[in-house]
Design a protein around this ligand. Sequence first.
Ligand code: HSE
Length: 441
Amino acid sequence: MSQTPSTTANRTVGIAILGLGTVGSEVLRLIGVQADALAHRIGGGIEIKGVAVSDASRPREGVDPALLTEDAMSLINRDDVEIVVEVIGGIDYPRELVLAALRAGKSVVTANKALVAAHADELSAAADEAGVDLYFEAAVAAAIPVVGMLRRSLAGDQIQSIAGIVNGTTNYILDAMDTTGADYEEMLAEAMELGYAEADPTADVEGHDAASKAAILASLGFHTRVKYDDVYCEGISKITADDIKAARTAGYAIKLLAICEKLQGEDGRDYVSARVHPALVPREHPLASVSKSYNAIFVEAEAAGSLMFYGNGAGGAPTASAVLGDIVGAARNKVHGGRAPGDSTYANLPVADFGQVLTRYHIDMQVCDRTGVLADLAKIFAENNISMRAVRQEKSGDNARLIVVTHTAREKNLAATVEQLRKCDAVKKVTSVIRLENEDV
Ligand code: HSE
């Protein structure tokens, strides 16, 4: 592998890479094979000055051992390093390194969604103070250029909502469960083997990874700081093969959605909201056919209208593509001057309580099969101001299986209804409650 500077350039920008996992290795490989093309695009060359790893004695195929170091901080502080690429993952250690880099006047490219979602205020302030760039395209949906689209292309528009599938691992698992009937554990193992899942897959399956991405998207779209802790988050670990089968029969797919939107609270004020949870999506909706580890994001903007972005949202090469794009941007700014679009949180809208969100429920219950049961249940829905859109009943042993689909209502009223249903004598069991999104009614 060539890690020498391009001969076409008259100015060379030094780069440090922190981390040599799936993404870091691919970034290094691509820089090696594309050095000349990148130099033309930048108008100056780039040269890898060092790669920080946890064990520098371990040989790595195609990597010059002289580049490896275990001392990330010294590498960052080298005078000939102008751009620091953080692809380590985690929060505390990368935060320390990224802050040190920014404070030392180095531009930073990171793929670390958890870091950006938790510490964007601090990182942006450090970048502004030093007058350097903080790029993080790879932090959301890997190769899909959604960060650049929000930061640059739609910078003149008013975003209403950003919603879709932003986690490849969970989409892979749900899609495989849907198409093959395979169980969750088997598909999770496969997703990990393919390099989609985080080192600790809890972050994927419990929705934390998608929540970090939702926080970043909502912050960019609504010019308001939305942090990871502001995002309501439910994962897919409670979704059963029966849920998937029942959804399929009823004409839905189950997808883990991230939904960022502006909404009006009960007090009439404008809020932003960001949430991640499994949802039933009608089979005819484009999101239902997003398969494998693909991601898809829909943006609704006042002037642009509806936009859809689809592509590889996980994996070494797609993530490296986004990192490379950011390296080119940061290097261009080093060579020609200028800065990446900075942080914009001027709108500073309040984040809505999750209870204020508008959604619909699909409730699957086992109920007693006797006179008056439907009337008892209808009363509970009415008391909570919930309108029923569809009711389906079928015989199930001595009981009846009752499926109720509601009209749109506030989450807090829907949740209160389910609480009361669980306590109602006529209800033997609330088998599943799944939100329903993207259905035109
Ligand atoms: N583990 C993530 C996913 C990839 O499955 O989408 C990086 O965000």
